[in-house]
Design a binder for this molecule. Sequence first.
Ligand code: ZN
Length: 230
Amino acid sequence: MQDIAKLIAGFRRFQGNYFRGDNELFTHLKDGQHPKTLVIGCSDSRVDPSLLTGADPGDLFVIRNVANLVPPYEPDAGYHGVSAALEYAVCQLQVEHIIILGHSQCGGIAGLMNSDCDCQVGEFIGKWVRLAEPAKKKVREELLDKSDLLQTRACEQAAIMLSLENLLTFPWLLQRVEDHSLFLHGWYFDIQRGELLRYSPDAEAYVPLAPANNHKIHSSHMPLKLKGTV
Ligand SMILES: [Zn+2]
């Protein structure tokens, strides 16, 4: 029960910060939310978008799933949780930015990279992470001579770009990107280094957005280039 007690104590601090004294944030938020940014992140407990960015309540609309993936536009009878949240953020809330937030040591991507055998990962996980199969294929083809570690990292980064491409298959989202009222971003949180990278279309690589405090380039941390990325 200690774990739960910690959470309740945490809520009491939250209460103290936002519902007592002169903090008026929730005076506005109680009537509705107007976030400008949608973050699509991994369910991984180490990669909380609000904690990482110091965002306040109401700043971020967040979708989290295994490996921060976006499926392509499929208007069929399936239950499309990610697509529904995406539609709400883009069409109702009119967010102005979408950030795909990937990260190092992603268990979902590791599962995908290790799925060369016929063994099935879980009842649902295997099928879900196979959404990123094109990213894995690209990495296997272009970085065949690199270590497994580097290939996995490259796949984590390529999967972000794949999700960015999938975003553009939603017609109402593409329309807003073409109107320049919506901007897409690919970010990668390096857990080992405590560093945030962004995908740069000009450099065709991930470049530091917030470099590590102790900045020392390691060969294993050099940006990996993949051809034909967004
Ligand atoms: Zn992950």
